[in-house]
Design a protein around this ligand. Structure first.
Ligand code: ATP
Ligand code: MG
Length: 335
């Protein structure tokens, strides 16, 4: 059966790097059908809204969505398009893998970390955001539920089990944020007992950041709450050569959106400078989610080869080439 993928090219560098990825998926013989939809600034300009109804329907209709970065206009009362997509479709798990590729300018060459970030609760639940009338006080509510914590921790352990990973680290700040992080940690400990074959440990977020920078090889799977996951996954992207190498999957019960971790990079948009690897690797996550491991591996191998050779890579990888040349080299490698 042919699978239809909803494709949202998005804003800034989005259309270019999403197009690269679709070409690569086709070259790898994936045989997808694509249904294109608009979101973000592009949609606002074309249809007068950031998230048109037809786009939401397309995401709902098809099993997976591949999405470029979306810009939310600042200071005009818009809520982030990305955050609202995650909330509307209850995409509770944000999975952000980083792997070292030979040939990047990264500080380390043997990093392989999977950050599993809770995507709907915590500081991002959007509850109780107030600023007092005199502008002297601001508040926001952080909300963690037992059900939400259980769901994400279990997701992380199940993923670790499926992928044969050895260790899960729960990252928290329960010593200070006693209620919210406290509940998350307590739940993490309970779930850990149900997975005796996987090593479990826990780390306070500040200490985890230091250890990630100094000894990233000690980490395998990280599971954490929304805000910490946001920060830690960018830190991890930095360990493997920057945002151009960082994909992310947003996964819910019956819907999944695959995207780059970075934004629309307006500084390099339309200049044929963007590294498409983030979205290419997001499509690899998509293939794995669909159980198509061989195609996923073929694409990773081709990408790894082109980056290692360094003859056709983009500037952020130390090369001198554009998005198009890089993409064509990966396509040639796929044969
Ligand atoms: P947004 O507001 O959409 O998040 P931003 O200004 O925060 O955009 P990001 O897209 O988050 O920018 O990117 C941060 C920096 O990383 C920018 O300098 C950008 O050029 C660079 N960058 C991001 N993605 C890529 C990529 N795929 N290839 C090369 N450089 C990138
Ligand atoms: Mg950004």
């Amino acid at each position: 059966m042919t699978i239809t993928v909803t494709v949202i090219p998005g804003d800034g560098i989005g259309p270019d790097i999403v197009d690269s990825t679709v070409r690569i998926l086709n070259q790898a013989g994936c045989g997808f059908r694509y249904e294109y939809a608009d979101a973000g600034l592009t949609a606002l300009e074309k249809h007068g809204e950031l998230l048109p109804h037809s786009t939401l329907e397309a995401i709902k209709r098809n099993p997976v969505t591949l999405k470029g970065p979306l810009t939310t206009p600042v200071g005009e009362g818009f809520t982030s398009v990305n955050v609202s997509l995650r909330q509307q479709f209850k995409l509770y798990a944000n999975v952000r893998p980083v792997i070292s590729f030979k040939g990047t300018q990264a500080r380390y060459d043997n990093v392989d970390i999977l950050t599993v970030r809770e995507n709907t609760e915590g500081m991002y639940s959007g509850i109780g955001q107030t600023v007092s009338d005199d502008g002297l006080e601001a508040e926001a509510v952080s909300r963690i539920t037992r059900a939400g914590a259980e769901r994400i921790v279990r997701f992380a352990y199940d993923l670790a089990r499926r992928e044969g990973r050895k260790k899960v680290t729960a990252v928290h700040k329960a010593n200070i944020l006693k209620s919210t992080s406290g509940l998350f940690l307590q739940v993490a400990r309970e779930i850990a007992e149900q997975y005796p074959e996987i090593e479990s440990n826990e780390m306070i977020v500040d200490a985890a950041c230091m250890r990630l920078v100094m000894h990233p090889q000690e980490f395998d799977v990280i599971v954490t709450t929304n805000l910490f996951g946001d920060i830690i996954s960018d830190l991890c992207a930095g360990l493997v050569g920057g945002l151009g190498m960082a994909p992310g999957a947003n996964i819910g019960k019956d819907c999944a959106i695959f995207e780059a971790v970075h934004g629309s990079a307006p500084d390099i948009a339309g200049k044929n400078l963007a590294n498409p690897s983030s979205v290419i690797l997001a499509s690899v996550q998509m293939l794995e989610y669909l159980g198509r491991h061989q195609e996923a591996q073929r694409i990773v191998d081709a990408l790894a080869k082109v980056i290692a050779e360094g003859e056709h890579t983009t500037r952020d990888l130390g090369g001198t080439h554009g998005t198009t040349e890089f993409t064509e080299a990966v396509i040639a490698e796929l044969g």
